[in-house]
Design a binder for this molecule. Sequence first.
Ligand SMILES: NC(=O)c1ccc[n+]([C@@H]2O[C@H](COP(=O)([O-])OP(=O)(O)OC[C@H]3O[C@@H](n4cnc5c(N)ncnc54)[C@H](OP(=O)(O)O)[C@@H]3O)[C@@H](O)[C@H]2O)c1
Length: 330
Amino acid sequence: MNLPDALYDRDIDLAPLQAVTLAIIGYGNHGRSHALNLRDSGVKGVLVALRDGSPSADKARGDGFEVVSLDEAARRADYVSILAADEAHGAIWTGHIAPNRKAGQGLIFCHGFSIDYDLIDPPADCDVILAAAKGPGGAVRESFERGGGLTGFWAVHHDASGQAETIAKAYLKGLGCGRAGIFATSFREEALADILGEQAVLVGGMCALARQGYETLVAAGISPLMAYIDTVHELKYIAELIHRRGIAGMYAAISDTAEFGAHEVEARIADAVKPVFDDIVADVVSGDFARRWVADFEKDRAGLHAARANAGQHELEETGRYLRKALGLE
Ligand SMILES: NC(=O)c1ccc[n+]([C@@H]2O[C@H](COP(=O)([O-])OP(=O)(O)OC[C@H]3O[C@@H](n4cnc5c(N)ncnc54)[C@H](OP(=O)(O)O)[C@@H]3O)[C@@H](O)[C@H]2O)c1
């Protein structure tokens, strides 16, 4: 198999990023971690840009950052890193950045969504850069503080300055990704991989298997507590093993009984979900999913709120609360 070569800290110069004013839009999981890591790496010109009345303003000021409005960030920054919720990117661009932007100002993203699905249509003088630390925002900071970093992926959608690739790599180095490895990608690949992975496996697929497993065990006469432990609670231990050792390594670390049975059923489960996975790919690749999500966002996320309320009603949530309380986890 042809695996790509990585870039590391020693291959990348931070100086081009240290010479610019950078505004980070949003101070959530990624926004805060990016701002702190970049500053700790030696990037001094970091502003934090927040919407009016943002609940995150005090936190950003408390961390020592200058907090500015979205319009002011657009007027002052050489690069704007858009780390607000993806579905809001279109409104942030048309309402604040496009009408106020400094000439030649570049855009940086950590997910390919809003460029790949055309939520933003940048002008010709704009660098459009992807600098994605692959993982949740909290892990960007935690790994950095431990002296490590997450794997980083960069892409350039448009290079107006001739510096876009240099800035992308420097940004990832500032996040700490040069300690773990930095690779090239495209906006399209990153957007599809992220959305397909979370829908088919990491979130949608895993929760469907866990819920269906719980229901199946309870219907087979197993107590809710025991069913919850064996289909939901212990996921953490298996995920941890896969994270550290890979799937084959996880199999080697569990009991032979578990491994023998799992090998027998894996192919049957894979065959059953394959048509669903194919539908998910078609839905995401065509842009239908992105259109539905942006339409829901414009209706104050009515569909998301209804689905969230419905998920919270499932009986296994009560079982889970009981178990976590007994274990002192909540
Ligand atoms: N590369 C990866 O593996 C990866 C992983 C996870 C996420 N991401 C990406 O990281 C970005 C941020 O995600 P996150 O997890 O950090 O999100 P988050 O924790 O939910 O933070 C979102 C931030 O967006 C701000 N925001 C929301 N709507 C806004 C609006 N209309 N105008 C201005 N600001 C708004 C919020 O502002 P307030 O503080 O004012 O509420 C908040 O600070 C997204 O593009 C996401 O796809 C990438």
